[in-house]
Write a protein that binds this ligand. Structure first.
Ligand code: GZL
Length: 311
């Protein structure tokens, strides 16, 4: 009898825990892996039952995961949307079921009444910070830039391209001569950079702008294999501030990165806990900060500070 009542109490307690479904894009980059790690840690600390789905970077898998979470009757859904379009109907279904949706690190084109809030950085600003660094640090004369874009149709790829172009617009010396997606992966960055180097053989490439560090790290490998010196022959500026980009900076292979915090779940769960408690409606966009780091910012100290965060 004693065991039974304890079991019942435990079940009752467990039943009181909020259940959250998390539709994660995948594990395409070190930053994405860190975001997943921190989301699991945040849920654990807050006694939230997290149900995790890895979409392998396919929108149809995210839509299926959201439908499954709705069928399970979860208390909220976290969605890191791989691309910006195509979400209206599945978000309508979650709204119909009165399940709040919180967007993490990327945006959607859907109306903002289809989600409780979006947690993320100002992606245009990140691109502008990267562009301004190049304006301030390029060598004299013309600077021919190649660009590794993020996943086609994703809000970071769209906005980081815009921000960078805004920043270099007034500088006639800087010209983007090649631009192609590397899908936010190291492999993609390496392969596309190899094609850029072949296509531009005999022409000077002054700098690489990569929409994330993982593509930059792949490109650095390609530049070395081509017998050139990344960070010197070709300046390297990217975004995320993952540990390995700081190692590359310490080695003189990368020049600058714009930090993106992987802790999007903290603000997301704060907003959900307030909403669950008394229906508090958060702002529609909860913005995280971006910070520029360069070789003069003690890169190995920054590496050490991040190396155990699950990147
Ligand atoms: C940006 C985020 C991007 C990271 C990449 O908010 O969505 O996705 O910059 C990741 O590393 O692939």
């Amino acid at each position: 009898t004693l065991l039974t009542s304890a079991a019942i109490t435990a079940c009752a307690f467990a039943a009181s825990a909020q259940t959250v479904g998390f539709s994660q894009i995948g594990s395409e980059s070190g930053w994405r892996a860190a975001e997943t790690t921190l989301t699991r840690q945040q849920a654990e600390e807050r006694g939230i039952d997290l149900r995790f789905s890895d979409a392998q970077q396919r929108q149809e898998n995210q839509i299926a995961a959201i439908r499954s979470f709705v069928a399970q009757g979860v208390d909220a859904i976290l969605l890191a949307p791989v691309v910006a379009t195509g979400w209206d109907s599945v978000l309508e279904e979650a709204k119909e079921a009165e399940i709040p949706v919180v967007l993490l690190d990327r945006r959607v084109d859907s109306s903002d009444d289809l989600y409780l809030t979006a947690v993320g950085s100002d992606l245009v600003h990140e691109g502008s910070v990267a562009g301004q660094w190049l304006v301030d640090n390029k060598p004299e004369g013309t600077c021919r830039v190649v660009e590794l874009q993020g996943t086609t149709g994703s809000s970071p790829a769209i906005d980081r391209a815009t921000g960078f172009r805004n920043a270099i617009e007034g500088n006639a010396d800087i010209e983007i001569v090649r631009s192609q997606t590397g899908d936010f992966t190291r492999t993609g960055g390496k392969e596309v950079m190899e094609s850029f180097l072949q296509a531009e053989a005999g022409n000077e490439i002054c700098a690489l702008y990569a929409h994330n560090d993982d593509m930059a790290l792949g490109a650095i490998q390609a530049i070395k294999e081509a017998g050139m010196d990344p960070g010197d022959d070709i300046l390297i500026v990217s975004i995320d501030a993952v540990p390995d980009i700081f190692q590359a900076m310490a080695d003189g292979d990368a020049n600058a990165t714009v930090e993106l915090t992987p802790n999007m779940a903290g603000p997301a769960f704060d907003a959900l806990e307030a909403y669950w408690a008394d229906g508090t409606e958060p702002e529609k966009f909860i913005q995280t900060e971006s910070k520029l780091y360069t070789q003069s910012d003690d890169p190995m100290a920054e590496y050490e500070a991040r190396k155990d965060l699950g990147y």
